[in-house]
Structure formats: structure tokens, C-alpha cells
Design a protein around this ligand. Structure first.
Ligand SMILES: NC(=O)C1=CN([C@@H]2O[C@H](COP(=O)(O)OP(=O)(O)OC[C@H]3O[C@@H](n4cnc5c(N)ncnc54)[C@H](O)[C@@H]3O)[C@@H](O)[C@H]2O)[C@@H](O)CC1
Ligand SMILES: Nc1ncnc2c1ncn2[C@@H]1O[C@H](COP(=O)(O)OP(=O)(O)O)[C@@H](O)[C@H]1O
Ligand SMILES: [K+]
Length: 462
């Protein structure tokens, strides 16, 4: 299996069907899933009593396998199942479980294993199942979600019932999109995949893996290490923040093209007049960043036009994303352009490029497919859509939700682009560096502190 594949329910079912067509029975798959999950739970439970909540489908079937496995290991196990199993394989699992079952109530102070619904959850959870989830929400104890939390739709992360905070979520056979979708992703605790031997498709979205960043070559020269130009505009602060973080992201030379005075700029930052056409035609330029603090007037539009005309690898952020439209990118090699929109900017871009999609995932994927530009959709969760496919990310610190952190991100991304030359790789590295810088910056950091933490964040990826 590919441990990083992130699947839809249809893709998951197809992978399971392929395994069954190749001779593995559904019961065998369920036993692998249940036994694999039970190994994790046994370790976490130690000798504690375990209560397994079983629903009517195969997620409930997994629950009976888990219950029997833990019972055999010597744990005291109790199953709560409001309804008898409705699938043949779950009935087989129910018959194989030799312990107690009750239809309601939740014993106190247990390790709770939630197998009410998995990827088959198809509508709002109501009645006795909703009551059980409410009891689980209010209970004290270690809580494990099997496959996905039982009130969460696997494809969209939509909440369809009472929310529960879990300590551990065990994805069976492979990741689902909900595992990396906010806000439900934040309720899943530690997340692990249980391998059940499925052959997962390669051409599906993946979970991003930590990048490896190399130190400069032994004979490195400042220009060859990446020369980045940051185009400023109306507001002086945002491009300066981007420059401060770019200088600490591995580029050899960062120039800020600005007509502001920038009395607080560090001495090592080169500031040139924003006569952008001339500077932007410098053939040694490895990358350009335009957008933070740019403004949205004619002058800003001209600056964006000049940056695009230069034809260098380019990151567009903030105001540039509001100005961008198909006429501006006509004739550009869009494979060299990376966009870093937050939710509002993504909606604006979709409107400008005639994309009719509503979820963040669909918007990012369609915007890339339609335009050829690589799209990093920011926010509490992150989706990167580019020529190498779609990538999901683990969450970053929620302290990032403060003004200016997007400017810092743009600076990191542009510097990595200057170093690497590849847009999607640069954006993927930037997400990891941004998250690590936030971790190092401690609680309640400002964007300035974050920008100054960036070089130390690189330690984690060398
Ligand atoms: N198919 C396979 O080969 C395997 C499936 N596995 C497990 O099977 C799960 C999927 O099983 P199912 O497709 O049976 O679906 P689930 O067990 O997730 O639940 C669907 C069942 O609940 C009912 N249901 C859906 N929403 C409801 C609601 N809001 N209120 C009340 N009832 C509702 C459905 O009608 C169906 O009977 C996976 O998440 C995983 O845990 C694993 O055992 C591994 C192998
Ligand atoms: N709750 C959160 N958890 C993790 N990261 C977040 C959260 N909220 C925002 N971020 C990150 O912080 C940055 C905010 O960027 P943006 O919205 O452009 O802000 P600004 O324009 O003020 O710089 C993005 O990189 C985003 O992914
Ligand atoms: K579940």
C-alpha cells in the first residue's frame, strides 16, 4: 500500500473490491482491520476496561473483531450496540465475539472504541446513535475512533452528528479526506493508518511527507543560491515581512523593490527603487514575489503585469490574487506561477477564472487544472494542487491565525522557489517550514517573531 494515499469513499471501496476480486474475502479484510486496530488499542489501554460501540454496518463489524481480540488478550470488554448488524460480514463478526453486548448505556471510565459508523455514514446521525455519541462526548476516558469519527462524512469532513474529541483515530486501509479537513481534523487526536494489505492507487491525492532541504553547494555563490525580487506597493509592512522571512529561508540574495523609506529594514536587506520593469528583467533573477502590500489600484496592476511579463518563476499572493484574471495570464507560462490564496482569495480567483466549485479541495484542484498555475489553498487546513497532484498536510499551530503570517508564508515560498526552481516543491517545503517556524516561535507570536524564527526552522529539514 502507499501509506500516504488519501482516498475518497469510492476509491476506498474500489480498492477493497479489487482485493476481494483477487481472492481476499471481506471477512478476511475485516479481521485484518480489527486485529490491526486492536494491537494499537491494547497498547494504549494497558489493563484498562474497554467499551466498544458497534453500529449496524461493517464499521460495527470491525468493532466486534476488536472486542473479541481484546477479550482474548485479557482486557475486560463490553460492547454497546443499539442495533443488530445489518451486513453479512458484520454478522459473522458479531457471531465470533464471545463477550457481553448491551443495547444502550455507556459504562464509566473506560477506554472507548467508537465503531458506530465509518465511511458508510450517509446522513445526519439521530435517535439512539446520536444519544450514544452524546454520552461518549461527555464521558471521561481514552477515546478511539475507528476509521473515522462516527459523526464525520469521510469525503468532505462534514459534521453529521454530535462532536466527540478523540485521543486516537485509526484509519483502516488508508487515509480519507476527512482526516486532513478542518475543523474535524482537530478532533481526531493522534492519527495512524492500519494496513490491511490493500493495493491503493498511485494517482490519488497524498499526504505531504517532510521535505529534505540541502545546505548550499560547497562552491555556492550568492546569485546561484537564488536571487529573489519582492515587488512592494502601497503598504510597506507586508512586503518587508515577506522579505524578512525570505532572507531566512535559504535564498542567496533578496531584493525588495520599494519606494517606501523602510527605516526598520535590516541592514542585510537590499532595497531598490520600484522601477520594476528594469530590475525585473535582470536575467539572474531566480524568482519574483508580488502581492503582499501591493494595493489594488492601477499602479499595482501595472506592477503585477511587469512581474508576469518578466516570465520568471513567480509567487502571487494577497492583492495580486485580487487583481489576477485570465487576460493577465494569457501568454504566460503558468507552470512557473504559484498562487497562495486564503479562503476569500480562493473564492475570488475561482470567480475570475470561471470556476464553479464550492469545497476548498474542488476549488484548488479545478483552479490548477483550468489554469496550469499551482495553487496552495491556505487556512487552518492546507491543500496544494499542482502538476504533481494534490497534497494534504498535517495541521500547523493555530497561533498562525494572526495578521501577517500569510506575508511570512509568501516570503518563505518565494525564497524556496528561488532556490529550487520548481513551484510545487517550493510551496510544499514552505508549508513545512512555516509550521515549524510557528512551533519554534512559541505561543502568541507576532508575524515579525515568526519571520525571525524561519532560519532555525530549517534545522528540522536538513
Ligand atoms: N468493505 C470492506 O472491505 C471493509 C470495510 N471496513 C469497514 O467498513 C466500514 C464501512 O462499512 P459500511 O459501508 O457497512 O458502512 P458503515 O459501517 O460506516 O455504516 C453504514 C451503515 O450505517 C447506516 N447508516 C449510515 N448513516 C446512518 C445514520 N446517520 N444513521 C443510522 N444509520 C446510518 C447505513 O445504512 C449502513 O447500514 C469502513 O469504514 C470500515 O470501518 C473494514 O472492515 C475493512 C474492510
Ligand atoms: N487556525 C489555523 N491553524 C493553522 N494555520 C493557520 C490557521 N489560521 C491561519 N493559518 C495560517 O496562517 C496564514 C495566514 O495567512 P493569511 O490569511 O494570508 O494572513 P495575512 O494576510 O494576515 O498574512 C496561512 O499560512 C494559514 O495557513
Ligand atoms: K467510527
Amino acid at each position: 500500500m502507499s501509506p500516504t494515499a488519501v482516498l475518497t469513499v469510492d476509491q476506498m471501496r474500489a480498492a477493497e473490491q479489487a482485493a476481494m476480486s483477487a481472492g481476499t474475502s471481506e471477512w478476511e479484510l475485516m479481521q485484518r482491520a480489527g486485529e490491526g486496530a486492536a494491537q494499537w488499542i491494547a497498547r494504549m489501554a494497558g489493563g484498562r476496561d474497554v467499551c466498544v460501540l458497534c453500529g449496524p454496518g461493517n464499521n460495527g463489524g470491525d468493532g466486534y473483531v476488536i472486542a473479541e481480540s481484546l477479550r482474548r488478550r485479557g482486557n475486560t470488554v463490553h460492547v454497546v450496540a443499539p442495533k443488530e448488524p445489518g451486513t453479512e460480514t458484520a454478522r459473522t463478526a458479531r457471531a465470533a465475539y464471545k463477550g457481553e453486548v448491551s443495547t444502550e448505556g455507556l459504562p464509566r471510565n473506560q477506554v472507548y472504541v467508537d465503531c458506530l459508523f465509518g465511511y458508510g455514514l450517509a446522513r445526519e446521525v439521530t435517535g439512539e446513535f446520536a444519544q450514544l455519541l452524546e454520552n461518549l462526548r461527555d464521558a471521561t476516558g481514552y477515546k478511539v475512533a475507528i476509521d473515522v469519527p462516527s459523526s464525520v462524512a469521510s469525503d468532505t469532513g462534514e459534521r453529521l452528528g454530535p462532536p466527540v474529541e478523540y485521543d486516537l483515530t485509526l484509519a483502516l486501509g488508508g487515509w480519507k479526506r476527512a482526516h486532513f479537513t478542518m475543523p474535524v481534523m482537530a478532533t481526531m487526536g493522534v492519527k495512524r493508518v492500519v494496513d490491511i494489505g490493500l493495493d491503493l492507487p498511485a494517482d490519488v491525492p497524498r499526504l505531504s511527507d517532510a521535505p529534505r532541504i540541502s545546505a548550499p553547494a560547497a562552491d555556492a555563490h550568492k546569485y546561484r543560491r537564488g536571487l529573489l525580487a519582492i515587488v512592494a506597493g502601497e503598504m510597506p509592512g507586508a512586503p518587508l515581512l515577506a522579505a524578512e522571512s525570505a532572507m531566512r529561508s535559504g535564498a542567496g540574495y533578496v531584493k525588495l523593490l520599494s519606494d517606501h523609506s523602510h527605516p526598520d529594514a535590516p541592514a542585510e536587506l537590499v532595497i531598490e527603487s520600484a522601477a520594476t520593469r528594469k530590475t525585473l528583467s535582470d536575467e539572474r533573477l531566480s524568482a519574483i514575489l508580488v502581492g503582499p502590500g501591493l494595493g489594488r489600484k492601477n499602479k499595482a496592476r501595472d506592477a503585477l503585469g511587469s512581474a508576469l511579463e518578466a516570465g520568471r518563476p513567480t509567487i502571487l499572493d494577497a492583492d495580486a490574487l485580487h487583481l489576477l484574471d485570465p487576460a493577465m495570464t494569457a501568454g504566460c507560462n503558468t507552470a512557473k506561477i504559484g498562487l497562495t490564496p486564503h479562503e476569500g482569495e480562493l473564492a475570488k480567483l475561482c470567480e475570475a477564472f470561471g470556476i464553479d466549485a464550492s469545497s476548498k479541495f474542488d476549488r484548488a484542484e479545478a483552479l490548477h487544472a483550468e489554469t496550469g498555475m499551482t495553487v496552495l489553498a491556505k487556512g487552518p487546513d492546507t491543500i496544494l494542487a499542482g502538476p504533481e497532484g494534490v497534497l494534504f498536510f498535517e495541521r500547523g499551530s493555530s497561533w498562525l491565525s494572526v495578521a501577517g503570517t500569510g506575508d511570512v508564508f509568501a516570503g518563505i515560498a518565494a525564497a524556496r522557489l528561488a532556490v529550487r526552481g520548481e513551484v510545487q516543491q517550493a510551496l510544499e517545503e514552505a508549508v513545512w517550514i512555516h509550521h515549524e517556524a510557528a512551533r519554534l516561535a512559541g505561543p502568541a507570536f507576532t508575524a515579525g517573531t515568526l519571520a525571525r524564527s524561519v532560519n532555525n526552522a530549517l534545522w528540522s529539514f536538513l
